[in-house]
Ligand binder design. Structure first.
Ligand SMILES: Cc1cc2nc3c(=O)[nH]c(=O)nc-3n(C[C@H](O)[C@H](O)[C@H](O)COP(=O)(O)OP(=O)(O)OC[C@H]3O[C@@H](n4cnc5c(N)ncnc54)[C@H](O)[C@@H]3O)c2cc1C
Ligand SMILES: NC(=O)c1ccc[n+]([C@@H]2O[C@H](COP(=O)([O-])OP(=O)(O)OC[C@H]3O[C@@H](n4cnc5c(N)ncnc54)[C@H](OP(=O)(O)O)[C@@H]3O)[C@@H](O)[C@H]2O)c1
Length: 258
C-alpha cells in the first residue's frame, strides 16, 4: 500500500473477473498491515476526471490470510463509483482506507448451532470471506448459504463455493455446508423460485435445506438490498428470532448492501 495520508493508502488493481456485463470481481494487492475480520468491509476510493474523490464501502470477499483483497461488485448504470471502476485496468491504483469496518461478523453471536447466511446480489461477498474462515467451519454444525438473484447468470462463485467443501483445513467437515440458490425471474429445477422472505414465511426454504429455523439453535446473517434486509429481518422475527446486540446476544445480524 502506498501512503496517501495517515488514514488512506493506494492499492494496485491486480486482476478483474467479469461474471456478467453488470457484475465483476476484482483483486487488489493487500498491504500486510491491513487487517480485517471476515464479514467486514473496506472503504475504497477513486478519483473523478476533475480530481475529486468518490468513496464507497465494499465487503471483503477474500480470506483473512490471502495476500490480496477480493471484492465483488455490481456496475450501476451511471453510478459515480462503479462507472470509474468499470474503466480500470490491471496496474491501476485504487485508494483504500487503512481500517476495515463493520459488524456482520460471527462474533456477533455468543453461541448457536446452525449458521444461516442469507444474501441477494452482491450481498454474497461477506459470506464468501466468512466461509473461508476455519473458525466458521469448526464452530457451527451446519452452514447454510442462501443466494437470491434475478437470473441464473448472476450466480457468481458457484464453483468456488462448491470447492470450499474440499478445503484441506476443514475437508473433514466439508459436508456441513448447504448452498441454496434462489431465482426470482426465471425457473431452474436446482433453484428455489421467488424471494427469500416469502420462502421463509411459507416454510419452503427450511424444507428444501432440511433444517428448521429455531431461536435456540439458529444464527442468521442477512446481507442484500435495504428492502431485502428489512423484509428478511421481519420474516425472521415472525420465527421469534431477534437482532443480536453486544449487550443482548440473540439470533440475527444484518447489513444493508447500500
Ligand atoms: C456496508 C456496505 C457494503 C457494501 N458492499 C458492497 C459490495 O461488496 N459490492 C457492491 O457491489 N456494492 C457494495 N456496497 C455498495 C457500494 O458501496 C456502492 O453503492 C456501489 O459500488 C455503487 O456505487 P456507485 O457510486 O456506482 O452508485 P451509487 O450512487 O452508490 O448507487 C446508486 C444506486 O445503485 C444501486 N446499488 C448500489 N449498490 C448496489 C449493489 N451492491 N447491488 C445492487 N444495487 C446497488 C442502488 O439502487 C443505489 O441507490 C456496499 C455498501 C455498504 C454500505
Ligand atoms: N440484475 C439485473 O439483471 C437487472 C436488470 C435491470 C435492472 N437492474 C437494476 O439494478 C439494481 C440491482 O439489481 P440486482 O438484481 O443486482 O439487485 P436486487 O434488485 O436487489 O435483486 C437481487 C435479488 O433480490 C431480490 N429482491 C429484491 N427485493 C427484495 C426484497 N424486498 N426481499 C427479498 N428479495 C428481494 C430480487 O427479486 P426480484 O427479482 O423479485 O426483485 C432478486 O432476486 C436494481 O436497481 C435493479 O432495478 C438489475
Amino acid at each position: 500500500m502506498i501512503a496517501v495520508d495517515a488514514k488512506h493508502g493506494t492499492a494496485c488493481l491486480l486482476s478483474r473477473r467479469r461474471w456478467t456485463s453488470k457484475l465483476l470481481s476484482f483483486r487488489l494487492a493487500r498491504d500486510p498491515s491491513f487487517r480485517f475480520v471476515p464479514g467486514q468491509f473496506a472503504r475504497l476510493g477513486l478519483r473523478k476526471p476533475n480530481g475529486s474523490p468518490v468513496w464507497r464501502a465494499y465487503s471483503i470477499a477474500s480470506a483473512p490470510w490471502d495476500d490480496h483483497l477480493e471484492f465483488y461488485s455490481i456496475i450501476v448504470p451511471d453510478g459515480q463509483f462503479t462507472t470509474l471502476l468499470d474503466a480500470l485496468e490491471p496496474g491501476d491504483e485504487i485508494m483504500i482506507e487503512r481500517s476495515a469496518y463493520g459488524f456482520l461478523t460471527t462474533s456477533r453471536f455468543a453461541d448457536g448451532r446452525d449458521l444461516w447466511m442469507l444474501a441477494t446480489g452482491t450481498g454474497l461477498a461477506p459470506f464468501l470471506s466468512i466461509l473461508q474462515d476455519e473458525d466458521t467451519w469448526r464452530r457451527f454444525e451446519r452452514l447454510v448459504l442462501v443466494h437470491g438473484v434475478r437470473a441464473s447468470a448472476e450466480f457468481a462463485y458457484r464453483e468456488e463455493i462448491d470447492a470450499l467443501r474440499r478445503h484441506p483445513l476443514w475437508a473433514d467437515v466439508g459436508e456441513r455446508l448447504v448452498y441454496q440458490p434462489v431465482l426470482s425471474r426465471e425457473p431452474a429445477p436446482w433453484a428455489l423460485a421467488g424471494r427469500i422472505p416469502a420462502l421463509l414465511d411459507d416454510g419452503t426454504l427450511e424444507a428444501r435445506v432440511g433444517l428448521r429455523i429455531e431461536p435456540a439453535h439458529s444464527r442468521l446473517m442477512v446481507c442484500g438490498s435495504p428492502n431485502m434486509v428489512r423484509d428478511t429481518h421481519r420474516a425472521l422475527m415472525r420465527k421469534d428470532c431477534r437482532l443480536s446486540r453486544l449487550a443482548a446476544p440473540a439470533q440475527i445480524a444484518v447489513e444493508n448492501g447500500w
